[in-house]
Design a protein around this ligand. Structure first.
Ligand SMILES: [Zn+2]
Length: 270
């Protein structure tokens, strides 16, 4: 039986770095519901929304919770025994936190939506200007020394380039994983490269590691850290102190990698 390991919340992946995660850790604001039960709505039913706030009732939530969604919209989660009125009070009581979270979100670097020659794109850890390749007869663009063929230069090149990135990632990331697996002596059964919007990597207890193709855009030390992280999960399927000790052993620079992810994950949409 295989078990998926979620990226932990101690800064490893999107969870603690993305805007939506402000609720999860130190910045969490919540308090226990104190109201008697009300007629239940289905889980995640949107019971009210105003242009700038969404209220959502959750059957699983035990507390009121305020989060800032990736799209910048505040989300108030109402616990089973909670009320919308109480939720609004909760929101008002936490306006300051929300304001700070919104400021933080605005400061995060974003990748440009449309890619054309001249656009700066995160490539192998650096923001590189996309340029028209001057050699060859067919249309092509380059990022540093990497050349990519495109159908034409006058359209948004992002879909084409991301397809190229994915293809390269499918070659490079498994190769690197096998290399690091060999040096750490961890047995890996399979390496998958996937298009994931919400995590950098995952693994199953039977030795399958999945990696986000966007790791081809990050610096090498970040890519390696994520691979080491998943490899060590094959020894420790949790985020215990023992797990982190193993990570520390094989990848002493993991904290810098975490810090890079926290600062720049938004550049690749994570
Ligand atoms: Zn993990």
């Amino acid at each position: 039986m295989s078990r998926e390991v979620q990226p932990d919340l101690s800064g490893f992946a999107f969870s603690s770095n993305s805007d939506s995660s402000f609720s999860r850790e130190s910045s969490q604001v919540s308090h226990a519901a104190s109201r008697p039960p009300r007629p239940q709505l289905s889980s995640s039913e949107n019971i009210a929304s105003e242009p700038d706030v969404v209220f959502r009732r959750s059957l699983k939530a035990e507390h009121y919770r305020l989060t800032l969604r990736r799209d910048g919209v505040p989300l108030v989660t109402i616990p089973v025994r909670g009320s919308e009125r109480e939720a609004r009070r909760f929101l008002e009581a936490n306006r300051d936190w929300l304001h700070r979270a919104q400021q933080r979100q605005r400061r995060r670097p974003r990748a440009p939506e449309v890619w054309v020659p001249g656009t700066h794109i995160l490539w192998r850890g650096l923001m590189i200007e996309l340029r028209v390749a001057t050699t060859g007869e067919r249309a092509a663009v380059c990022l540093s020394a990497d050349v990519f063929r495109v159908a034409q230069l006058t359209i948004d090149l992002r879909p084409t380039l991301e397809a190229h990135f994915l293809r390269r990632a499918k070659i490079e990331l498994p190769a690197r994983t096998w290399e690091l697996a060999a040096t750490t002596g961890v047995e890996v059964k399979q390496v998958c490269v996937r298009n994931q919007r919400s995590r950098w990597g995952s693994c199953t207890s039977d030795g399958v590691i999945s990696l986000n193709w966007r790791l081809i855009q990050t610096p090498d030390f970040v890519r390696d850290y994520i691979i080491y992280h998943e490899l060590m999960h094959l020894r420790e399927m949790n985020h215990s102190a023992r797990f982190w000790a193993r990570v520390e052993e094989v990848c002493p620079g993991w904290r810098e990698a975490e810090a890079w992810i926290k600062r720049n994950g938004s550049l690749v949409g994570l």
